[in-house]
Ligand binder design. Structure first.
Ligand code: SAH
Length: 232
């Protein structure tokens, strides 16, 4: 069933289906590890197919990530980054998370699936940004923080001309409104969001898009305590 859901969903997005066996193997590893550590609240395979894999895959239909450097900030169990890499192998991916155990799991998955050009990095985005400023074509992120906070964590990593793509629910009008100022302080511009539904479902989603138009001033990102206490 999971396979059929993926096949239908990917086809509807006009995406290739060769990655399906790797996605299924990834789910096996994830479901197994989820018994001994907290990786995902979703345990039903069909739900995982829709809410993890097809949700992540939607990005490939909305942005051209081919051959690009992409950092997934707060990737957790690998979403959206790993499905993107499985379905579009030319992506040069960095998976970043503050929880060491999750990063260890991601290394196991990459080894098990034989994925190349994936860096699994244990670290906090605001610290990683000190050495990787203005350097990725794209930053992506799902379910990590409200957009003004997330913008300060992610936009510093993006090179001028690149974009930060934030996967959000549709219930984010206020959050978006508050992000225009944050974006410009960080050297970016808030674009019009893209609304879509997860393929094969009626679940609405929104992609917030921030384009990097200049370098991020050196004072950003601040420490996480400051970012949280006083969001831009
Ligand atoms: N993106 C995944 C996981 C969301 S849970 C998904 O959509 O399923 C949020 C994750 O962000 C956690 O794994 C947490 O460790 C990580 N995280 C939170 N703040 C972070 C930061 N400042 N830098 C790096 N990772 C962070």
């Amino acid at each position: 069933m999971m396979e059929a859901i993926l096949r239908e969903g990917l086809s509807a997005l006009s995406l290739p289906t060769e990655g399906i066996p790797a996605l299924l193997r990834y789910w096996e590893l994830l479901a197994e590890k989820n018994k001994v550590m907290n990786l995902t609240a979703i345990t039903d395979p069909d739900e995982a197919a829709r809410l993890h894999f097809l949700d992540s895959a939607a990005l490939l239909a909305l942005a051209d990530l081919r051959g690009k450097t992409v950092v997934d900030v707060g990737t957790g169990a690998g979403f959206p980054g790993l499905p993107l890499k499985i379905l579009e192998p030319s992506i040069r991916l960095t998976l970043l998370d503050a929880q060491r155990k999750r990063v260890d799991f991601l290394r196991e998955v990459c080894g098990g699936l034989g994925l190349e050009d994936v860096a699994c990095v244990h670290g906090r985005a605001e610290e990683f940004a000190r050495e990787h400023r203005d350097s990725f074509d794209f930053a992506v992120s799902r379910a990590v923080a409200a957009l003004p906070v997330l913008a300060e964590l992610c936009l510093p990593l993006v090179k001028p001309g690149g974009q930060f793509l934030a996967m959000k629910s549709v219930d984010t009008g206020e959050e978006l409104g508050a992000s225009g100022r944050a974006a410009s302080l960080l050297g970016g511009r808030l674009e019009k969001p893209l609304d879509y539904v997860i393929s094969g479902t009626s679940i609405p989603r929104r992609l917030a898009i921030l384009t990097k138009i200049g370098e991020t001033p050196k004072k950003y990102p601040r420490t996480f305590a400051k970012i949280k206490k006083n969001p831009l």
